[in-house]
Design a protein around this ligand. Sequence first.
Ligand code: SF4
Length: 305
Amino acid sequence: MTNTCSKTLQEEIIRLKEEKNAVILAHNYQIPEIQEIADFIGDSLELAIEATKTRADVIVFCGVDFMAETAAILNPDKKVIVPSVDARCPMATQLPAELIKESKAKETIPFVIYVNSYASAKAEADICCTSANVVKVVERLDSDVVFLGPDANLAWFAEAKTGKRVIPVPSDGFCCVHKRFNVKHIEEMREKHPDAVIIVHPECDPEVQQKADYVGSTSQMLKFAKECDYNKVIVGTEIGLIDRMKREIPDKTFIPLHEVVCRSMKLNTLESLLDALEFEFNVVRLPEDVSERAGRAIKKMVRIL
Ligand code: SF4
């Protein structure tokens, strides 16, 4: 529950947001106090699309660095600010632009880049994808073999769903949050809650994905939880999504498959959000050519939705 101090901060943020014609976009993994006052909550794909629609002058992006970069690329005329510059995704650092250039020099096949990557890497790739649309993106490409990075588990998921060969680059890229789920967690939950359905994110290891009842992005997991016949749902992703599920689907029970927290996502607080909005610092800035080339890969993805 939101305490009095948080309530005051929330009211001040809402007042400033209106005064400055700003919009707050928040990822599903943000703390509940930020989710409560966000204009839009979603996964990377939904947030990227929302960023193209907004008429606000200022976008306050509550997520991690690569998401804010994407919003800035799609909105070159707007000011995109982040509450914390330290909210950096450790997965994105695993795919430097050089690795894409090297891969493409070895084999002339399309390079699909997961949105969880830096703009400098996106600038070298052919098309972007998110965990929500990776299957559609790989299916639509006119090639039976593609590169995909940086998440090797997402590459495995895309290969399993499309039947195409999806080569992970790097071969072992991973999310340190989803890596924490294992098969034992699933077996224990099945025994404890035989009446529940188990849903997980495609950043989980293949063995975990195979043992789950459903695999999807955070928005797909939320939709599944809303529409499924089960009253008890075991959720295998960062804990923030469960906060949203509990708020939006109060008549069902949600249990974490294992309590995992993305520390980077949690670096955004009401205090840092208020400071960034009030003083308009932490503005996302990218070199023009990088932004232009990365934008091509992102827009190509948005077009095929
Ligand atoms: S959950 Fe994983 S992929 Fe998402 S921001 Fe955190 S470390 Fe990066």
